[in-house]
Design a protein around this ligand. Structure first.
Ligand SMILES: [Zn+2]
Length: 345
């Protein structure tokens, strides 16, 4: 499915960064005028195929996610409901504001499968880190409800897959999309094996993600929400990473870092309003990669969430990939360190 990207792959088969495209992700069509449109992937493809990034990454092999991996985080009744709605030709999921088309289920399974493929590649040491250019996005999908342009929660499916398939015990999920990743919060809010760090604009869709939502039961304290004021820029984000996430990660010691990488906090974005510039996504990437290097052998997989201004999206993903590639190239080899031991309890 990656024929269109073979030129980049041929340019450097030893590129330390993987990028996943899947033609099937273009086939999800929410309809005319919808901001979450297939052209988003076109601008990312163009940005990564042009200098200086051409040859700095290698294409990963797409795959479809099986029901078992999806139902590891979603209620099987919801998965069946989504399938029936799409196969019946409904214009949207009955659970919320996710417009769908004939091939949306295929695209959603390809999106979720993409993160599994990326996780496999990183765990095998084939690449140091990977980015999945996938859609539909996932972080608003709760255990039993698709909403907010999302069908399946891709990053949650990846986290659970790492735990079940690769023996990863502790996963850090960082979500820097301008909207709160309420689906991810819902799925792992009582799960102490996942540390969640959410940066988002306060008070906008979906209206959750407040400071006092810190997790439940055994996972109390495992969720850090940083709701930010409009126009606040990248400064408070970097400060929150340093003051809140760095110490939390030192206590938690994640073995793998997943990023819900939305790019709608950009100042050009028509939906978000946090006033980030394209280069700021490189700064965020550096800050999270420092944490991955300290605890997780540098293992990072990031997945596309939002980002609706095409120019800003292309530039911002380029800054993200350039930073990951620069850091990985600084290593003599891809990190093959064994997983760190579990912390003393
Ligand atoms: Zn968003």
């Amino acid at each position: 499915m990656c024929v269109a990207f073979s030129a980049a792959g041929d340019a450097s088969s030893r590129a330390p960064i993987g990028v996943l495209f899947d033609d099937r992700c273009w086939q999800h069509d929410p309809g005319p005028g919808h901001p979450e449109r297939p052209e988003r992937l076109d601008v990312i493809r163009r940005a990564l195929a042009a200098p200086p990034l051409a040859g700095a990454w290698r294409p990963l092999t797409p795959r479809l996610c099986d029901d078992a991996a999806i139902e590891a985080v979603h209620d099987p009744a919801y998965v069946a409901l989504a399938r029936r709605a799409i196969e019946a030709g409904m214009p949207g999921l009955p659970t919320g504001d996710t417009a769908v088309s004939r091939d949306s289920l295929l695209a959603a399974r390809a999106a979720a499968g993409g993160i599994l493929s990326a996780c496999d590649a990183v765990m095998a040491g084939e690449v140091a880190a990977a980015f999945c250019a996938i859609r539909p996005p996932g972080h608003h999908a709760t255990r039993n409800r698709g909403m907010g342009f999302c069908v399946f929660n891709n990053v949650a499916i990846g986290a659970r897959y790492l735990q079940r398939q690769h023996g990863i015990e502790r996963v850090l999920i960082v979500d820097w999309d301008v909207h709160h990743g309420n689906g991810t919060y819902d799925i792992f809010r009582a799960d102490p094996s996942v540390l969640q760090f959410h940066l988002h604009q306060r008070g906008i869709y979906p209206g959750t993600g407040w400071e006092d939502e810190t997790g439940e039961g055994a996972a109390r304290g495992r969720v850090i929400h940083i709701p930010l004021l409009p126009g606040s820029g990248v400064g408070p984000m970097l400060e929150a990473i340093e003051r809140k996430l760095v110490p939390a990660a030192r206590a938690f010691r994640p073995q793998f870092v997943l990023i819900s990488a939305g790019f709608d906090a950009h100042r050009r974005d028509p939906i978000g309003g946090l006033d980030l510039g394209s280069a700021d996504y490189g700064r965020l990437t550096d800050a999270i990669a420092d944490i991955a290097d300290e605890h997780a052998g540098g293992r990072i997989v990031s997945v596309l969430e939002g980002g609706y201004d095409l120019q800003a999206l292309g530039e911002s993903v380029a800054a993200h990939i350039a930073t990951l590639a620069r850091r990985a190239a600084g290593r003599a080899t891809v990190n093959r360190d064994p997983l760190p031991p579990a912390p003393a309890r």
